[in-house]
Design a protein around this ligand. Structure first.
Ligand code: AMP
Length: 280
């Protein structure tokens, strides 16, 4: 299976009108599901582009950026096998020209909500919105596929697209998990065996929290389960699935968690209540 490799502005022009899957590489089965979804919704002849770019502006710590797993050769093979027609691997200067003209866009409200990512990774969503707008500008997709694994990011990107009045359909794909319930993540590669075992507490805590239909009790129970595994979460909370504000009984809700487990910081989420995760 051959795959085009685009690196420059000129290369990527041939991909306009594509279905785009934005990634930071170190691809795993979660990304694969997104690429397969993209291939399944693409019309005949429509390019299916996977962008691989480790975006420096969304990292809070240089060490996290430096240690982020990278494996370009394996990524190429992976994209081709999953049905992509092009892999877009831009150089830093292609995404962010030296003249500083690519600025972060205005930030949607959902990116700045207290108690979620912004409280622990200030500036993260500014970088995410900056790179997504730039990737959209470079690849001009008709649709773009994002994972539910990063639920707040999904909500923020939808809001960004609507705010900028971009004509791009945002397609959400469900979270792909390991057999024991751990959500797949490039950062899982950084877990040692002991932390890998403990990391399943994230999924277990969400499932247990899903047995309660009072959000405060659910949050309390989830945090207790994490602490019992010596995991101190940045947050473990129940929020409205669409607005990420406090939940109300008549609207869909999600439980969202972020925690450092050893070196990597892991995030996950699931529908709440009645949370079901196979393997947990
Ligand atoms: P990343 O390379 O981590 O920036 O992720 C690129 C895309 O893959 C994002 O839309 C993520 O939400 C999605 N993604 C990452 N892990 C998973 C997973 N386990 N299941 C589904 N989508 C995922």
């Amino acid at each position: 299976m051959t795959i085009a490799i685009a690196r420059t502005l000129e290369d990527v022009q041939a991909q306009h009108g594509c279905v785009l899957v934005p990634t930071m590489g170190a691809l795993h089965r979660g990304h694969r599901a997104l690429i397969e979804r993209a291939a399944s919704i693409a019309d005949a002849g429509q390019p299916v582009v996977v962008s691989v770019f480790v975006n420096p502006t969304q990292f809070n710590e240089q060490s996290d950026f430096d240690s982020y797993p990278r494996n370009p050769k394996r990524d190429h093979r992976f994209c081709a096998e999953a049905g992509a027609t092009c892999i877009f691997e831009p150089a830093l200067e292609t995404v962010y020209p030296a003249d500083g003209s690519v600025r972060p866009p205005p930030l949607p409200e959902a990116a700045r909500l207290p108690g979620l990512e912004d409280a622990f990774r200030p500036g993260h969503f500014s970088g995410v919105c900056q790179v997504c707008r730039r990737l959209f500008e470079l690849t001009r997709p008709v649709s773009a596929v994002f994972g539910e694994k990063d639920w707040q990011q999904l909500v923020v990107i939808r809001a960004l697209v609507s705010m900028l009045e971009l004509n791009i359909e945002i397609v959400a794909h469900e979270t792909i998990r390991e057999d024991d319930g751990l959500a797949m993540s490039s950062r899982n590669e950084l877990l040692g065996p002991n932390h890998r075992r403990r990391a399943i507490a994230l999924a277990r805590a969400m499932v247990e929290a899903g047995r309660h239909d009072d959000p405060k009790e659910a949050e309390h129970l989830g945090r207790r389960i994490l602490l019992a595994s010596r995991i101190r979460p940045d947050y473990f909370c129940v929020r409205d699935a669409e607005t990420l504000l406090q939940p109300s009984p008549d609207r869909p809700a999600r439980v969202l968690v972020a925690a450092r487990v050893g070196v990597p910081r892991l995030i996950d989420n699931a529908p709440w209540p009645g949370t079901r995760i196979p393997g947990c």
